[in-house]
Ligand binder design. Structure first.
Ligand code: 4AD
Ligand code: MG
Length: 462
């Protein structure tokens, strides 16, 4: 018989029909007359109650049904009188696929801490919390593609292995097939990368933006959505060494239009999640964060504040608040500063623009003041920076001057500079950290809990 997913079973039209359900047992209880099994198949947060009339089944039949075991049941779906459920299955036949030894199964008991569950990342998707988070994550990924496709953006795949450092931060993971115990050396005693796989030094990408700009100056508007790697040794609840980033890039677009796009984009994704993942979000709100739904609705319904970095720094200086990191014009803002502006001062998301050029990447469009660049960071409650972007410097000479000032090796950049040599146009883009969006929408507080297999310093077990 065709299997019905538990997500689809609470359908009044199915009452009094025969159904087959398959899933993993969450619990079993009962007595020698009747037993109740709570079954979940991952299709939704809901479990289905399966009722075993013990005149039809033996104790022997039931023994393998412990928490974590996998079964198939065929029976009649009936309206339920039990509290909190609309229907249940009265079992006629039972098939056990796999047992789960109660002595050994780590999820035998409920209520494990998130920290403990991180140590069993291979099994944690079977908990309510992680299955909910992963379903929300999947819905958000779909919303992202839908948002851009509806607006005529093309999905561009940029390389993961690269010879350039897009952000100039130098926090890259090297990719090599050289024998690390016996590195070939040049005459000057340096590593001879001409013998490496690509004939040069390569790394995992920190951003697809530079290649994204090649796409935007051909197709008009593109977006990337892929994994990104940063070897920064920051053990914070908001940093991963491997994270997913969405990077739209748009030709003939200035920073104001870029901010509109970012705001519309993020609101669209949150709205989509609220509409399609209601049960999961309500579950997460109940378990972890009572304010979650309010916060999500507020962000969707408010207008983001827009102000310059200079104005932001003024507010922080006048706040009278004691921060761990000092505030002064030219300082890179820390998450405590960002969150003060968002959570305490404005009480809604903030887009900060026109940062000092020294703390931003080489490609950002320079303002006439000679000090600032047309950067835009979107700052969110609980998260801090969720999006970083800018209008790009489209003037060849100005871009070259900046590249030389920063000592970026030109030989790595010739192809990028060709966008400014041939038919250059004003253009802008940004990057959204996917896990930071998932954090915000699920109300989770540690980024390790919103990606199936987190990569962080000293942690690549699963
Ligand atoms: O601000 P970032 O470094 O910007 C860029 O990479 C640009 N190339 C984007 C662009 O203009 N196309 O990173 C963008 C976003 C951040 O705002 C943050 O949300 C996320 O990526 N991010 C991280 N997320 C998780 N772990 C990390 N280590 C992250 N570093 C950045
Ligand atoms: Mg940034």
């Amino acid at each position: 018989m065709k299997r019905t997913k538990i997500a689809d079973i609470f359908d009044p039209a199915l009452i009094d029909t025969t159904v087959t359900v398959k899933g993993w047992v969450r619990s079993r209880r009962g007595n020698k007359h009747v037993q109740f099994v709570a079954l979940n198949d991952g299709s939704s947060i809901k479990t289905l109650q399966v009722v075993f009339d013990m005149s039809k089944f033996s104790e022997e039949d039931m023994r393998p049904i412990t928490t974590g075991s996998s079964i198939a049941v065929t029976g009649t779906l009936v309206a339920s009188m039990g509290k909190g459920q609309t229907c249940e299955v009265q079992a006629d036949t039972l098939e056990v696929y796999g047992t789960a030894d109660p002595e050994a199964y780590p999820l035998q008991k409920k209520g494990h801490s998130l920290e403990f569950l991180r140590e069993i990342a291979h099994l944690r998707p079977r908990t309510n919390t992680f299955s909910a988070v992963l379903r929300v994550r999947s819905a958000l990924a779909f919303a992202i593609h839908r948002f851009f496709q509806e607006r005529g953006f093309f999905y561009l795949n940029t390389p993961l292995i690269t010879a350039s450092d897009a952000e100039g931060a130098g926090a890259m993971f090297q990719v090599t097939t050289l024998n690390l115990n016996e590195l070939p050396k040049t005459e000057e005693g340096k590593i001879d990368y001409s013998e490496d796989f690509f004939g040069k030094m390569t790394s995992l990408t920190v951003s697809g933006q530079l290649e994204g700009e090649l796409g935007a100056t051909a197709l008009g508007a593109i977006y990337t959505f892929g994994p990104t790697f940063r070897a920064e040794n920051s053990n914070t609840p908001r940093h991963l060494a491997e994270f997913w980033m969405i990077e739209p890039e748009v030709a003939f677009c200035d920073i104001a239009e870029n901010m509109d796009l970012a705001e519309d984009f993020i609101k669209y994704c949150i709205t989509y999640a609220l509409e399609t993942c209601k049960d999961d979000i309500e579950f997460l709100a109940k378990m972890y964060d009572e304010e979650l739904l309010n916060r999500l609705n507020e962000v969707v319904n408010c207008q983001f504040v827009r102000l310059t970095y200079t104005e932001g720094v003024d507010i922080l200086l006048k706040s009278g608040k004691k921060f761990e990191f000092p505030v002064y014009w030219g300082a890179d803002l820390q998450s405590e500063h960002e969150r003060y502006l968002v959570e305490e001062h404005f009480r809604r998301p903030v887009i900060l623009t026109d940062y000092p050029k020294e703390i931003k990447a080489f490609y950002m469009k320079q303002n006439d003041d000679g000090k600032t660049v047309r950067a835009m960071d979107v700052l969110f409650p609980k998260i801090g920076e969720i999006i970083g972007g800018s209008e790009r410097e489209e003037n060849y000479d100005k871009l070259m001057t900046r590249i030389e000032e920063l000592g970026i090796p030109m030989k790595d950049m010739w192809w990028y500079l060709d966008t400014r040599r041939f038919g250059t146009v004003p253009h802008s883009g940004f990057g959204l950290g996917f896990e930071r969006l998932v954090l915000f929408v699920t109300g989770m507080t540690n980024i390790r809990d919103v990606i199936p297999f987190p990569r962080t310093p000293k942690n690549a077990e699963f």
